[in-house]
Ligand binder design. Structure first.
Ligand SMILES: Nc1ncnc2c1ncn2[C@@H]1O[C@H](COP(=O)(O)OP(=O)(O)OP(=O)(O)O)[C@@H](O)[C@H]1O
Length: 226
């Protein structure tokens, strides 16, 4: 589902953020991506979402080699990826409903379909009663779940999360990870970038570790500091 073949990324200015990255994640697999601040985690996620291009090597998503994707096709590739951010990236002047509906409005679905899908997504994340709230009326954990509902509302086969538990206490972090496990259980490929080694150690999932742009481990979780 996600495959990196000898991927290098050098930013303009000459900083090499990723060096010779090779890995693949199958459909239905769930893994953590970890490493020190500046190790290249966000860069790796940006290559998957076509927000950045590799300097060399291949990024292949669902059998599409991304360097061969035309500009006009980018939205179609992105539609297959639900992206979750630490700071939620919610529209603060729009209701929970409107925030979650956004990807479907962009896709051009009818209002009836949108209502059905948004209600199902909010139900899944336990926020069915908050549809009319504005984001500021919600706790940090609830705002994060709105971000998750928005990411999964069009049922993407891939979920990428960048520090999804960064501002949450351990109990809420676990709740969020359990939500990802639920999506994973129905076949969604999930990749979670996090600094939270305690969380990783508790979960026993495959863990990809970056250090200064290189993948230094790829295997079952271990709680070593990197
Ligand atoms: N647009 C850019 N231009 C130049 N350098 C960049 C750019 N984006 C990131 N970098 C550099 O690339 C390196 C990797 O950054 P990246 O954001 O991928 O790290 P990270 O592992 O996600 O870090 P953090 O955990 O702090 O978010 C950093 O040294 C960063 O300064």
């Amino acid at each position: 589902m996600i495959q990196f073949k000898n991927v290098n990324k050098t930013y303009p200015g000459g900083f090499q953020a990723l060096k010779g990255i090779n890995f693949s994640l199958e459909a239905g697999e769930m893994a953590f991506l970890t490493g020190h601040s500046g190790a290249g985690k966000s860069t790796l996620l940006k290559l998957i979402t076509l927000m950045e291009k590799p300097t060399s090597g291949q990024v292949i998503i669902d059998n599409n080699e991304l360097s061969k994707i035309r500009y006009s096709q980018i939205p179609f590739v992105r539609r297959n990826i639900g992206m979750i951010f630490q700071n939620h990236n919610l529209l603060m002047d729009r209701t929970v409903f409107d925030n979650v509906a956004l990807p479907l409005v962009i896709e051009g679905l009818s209002s009836r379909q949108i209502r059905k899908r948004v209600e199902a997504a909010l139900d899944k994340v336990g926020l069915a009663t908050k549809v009319k709230c504005l984001p500021y009326m919600l706790s940090g954990g609830e705002q994060q779940r709105v971000g998750i509902a928005r990411a999964i509302v069009n049922k993407p086969p891939i979920i990428l999360a960048d520090e999804p538990t960064g501002n949450l206490d351990p109990k809420l972090s676990l709740d969020i990870i359990q939500l990802f496990e639920d999506f994973n259980a129905v076949g969604v490929c999930v990749l979670i970038a996090t600094h939270d080694l305690g969380l990783i150690a508790r979960m026993k999932y495959r863990t990809l570790t970056l250090k200064q742009g290189q993948m230094i481990t790829d295997g079952l979780a271990h709680a070593e500091a990197v």
